[in-house]
Design a protein around this ligand. Sequence first.
Ligand code: SF4
Ligand code: SF4
Length: 394
Amino acid sequence: MQYRIDPKTGARISALGLGCMRFPRTPLGTPDASAARAIISRAVELGVNYLDTAYLYPGNEACVGAALEELGLRERVLLATKLPHASCRAPEDFDRFFQTQLKRLRTDRIDYYLLHNITGFEQWERLRALGIEAWIARQKAAGRVGAIGFSYHGSADDFPRLLDAFAWDFCQIQYNYANETYQAGTAGLHAASERGLAVFVMEPLLGGRLADKLPDAARRVLDAAGSDRFATPAAWGLSWVWNHPGVTMLLSGMASPAMVEENAAVAEGALPGSMTPAELDAIAHVLAVFERSNRVPCTGCNYCMPCPKGVNIPGCFAAYNASYAHGWFTGISQYMTASAIRTGSPKLASACVSCGACARKCPQHIDIPARLVDARRRLTPGPIGAVLDALARR
Ligand code: SF4
Ligand code: SF4
């Protein structure tokens, strides 16, 4: 495993971090504790020393806390979690959430604490008015918080303003070869690293859309590039992120020990500035192909769920994109599965009543109700669609 030094704290952080949000789930929808233990155990064995969770990932903090305690690994990892700041209405809410998080994670300190999913500068101003700066100072002085940062899904313009608004230790941005000019983007990466912050990257593979879900035509571009170093689209995508010297660590939501092994092996050789011009050309070509099928920029994060009408929003968008990436019949097949059409209680995109509750929670700023209409039109056209839609609305 390669390690990179956090420029603010001096901590030695593995280039590959474990994003815990995508742990496998039990049939009841809770994180699978035994799978989580196996993933964490293998990751630490292979040198991963940074684990990321959040208050808002259902059941996830408790699962991570239990696994670390049972495996005896708490002191071998840097633990990160996030404040659900939108739910903080009064100064005492900061403590209330934080104490719950310490309890769930079975620890007395959070090494890297983030304000979760900042999407606009006004959110920071609201938190400042609630007294968050003094609260952060108290937690750091007491050793309960090591480093303070924020995860970001806002505009490129707001990002430098936010960087300059507080003495942050680190930030976490969405970054991959399809998002160079989206959200913080490359400009944001440079702005943060120039200010001496550690930069952690999330969504390096866009929720798998640059890995196993990459369009067939784009895969063929990578195959034709014939690289000895990169055996899979995931290896290409992760290496592209690590190629940037300003990146301190990237988080991968690894869902099995095998995935940990695969990514850790890629991390071994992914040094900053190590990609050749020919390899970077291949990525540029892949991106052009990818953009043609990237109809809805959904990463499958599930932040918008559950929908009160039962629509499987990320499932519908995955199927919609797949219908362009892998062919219409593949999209239809995925759509039928995602809509539970085979269960007799289908919830197609047409069950959406445009209440808008989901769109407010989407970090990708997708106009979900409008894009569900697009998905419905493509995936259930004509009279068959009308019948299915009628069934879904029952
Ligand atoms: S807008 Fe549609 S998909 Fe979104 S929560 Fe409301 S009903 Fe569900
Ligand atoms: S629609 Fe938005 S919130 Fe929902 S899964 Fe996709 S990216 Fe996440």
